[in-house]
Design a protein around this ligand. Sequence first.
Ligand code: SAM
Length: 222
Amino acid sequence: MGNSLEDMVEFDLRRRGITDARLLAAFGKADRKAFVPALDREKAYEDRPLQLTHGQTVSQPYMVALMLQELKLQGSEKVLEIGTGSGYQTALLAELAKEVWTVERIEFLATTAEDRLLDLGYKNIRYRLGDGSLGWPEGAPYDRIVVSAACPDVPDALVEQLGEGGILAVPVGDPNGQVLVVGVKQSGVFEKRRTIDCMFVPLIGAQGFAHWPEQQQKDRAP
Ligand code: SAM
């Protein structure tokens, strides 16, 4: 659907079961058009991922909404986000939580997103350039952690940095597809469940993929 921001919120989110009023209001405020490349501005409200530079993507709005819905944000939380990308989801998190700590491994994306979010007036975000598969230990514990790239397994470092009662959402799987794993830390134990199927670009790092397995296979071919 998605010819306007209002249509995107109404048809691609609300009428498909995203009912949390705070979540819908955040999507109505953080305008996706500000985060997509200039050449794709007319596609900004379409419910699909759009290409950034360096082979990365701005995620599909419905998928972002499903992930954020799992976080059950009330407004008082400290959130760690892995994979800043364009900064779109970062802006949504900044609308929904008290503070956001976001990590991106590609310098161009990290600085572009930071400049953009500062221009838009967001003041409750901290930025780091680095390997987010190791989290951001200095800010721990976090009330919520969300990873917007695919992992081979739930990174131990992120479970360690999750606070008591905290929620972690992370796509886990291989290049052909992943499942969004959502877990809660209760009395020090991380209890996880598998939710929906999803498809993300890889988390490249010490507790992610060394590089994307397809590429690994190609490199090994004679
Ligand atoms: N949520 C983002 C948005 O709204 O634009 C899209 C994120 S994109 C699907 C995944 C991002 O994760 C990419 O920007 C990629 O560079 C980043 N990434 C991959 N491995 C990473 C790592 N180890 N640490 C931090 N970021 C990583």
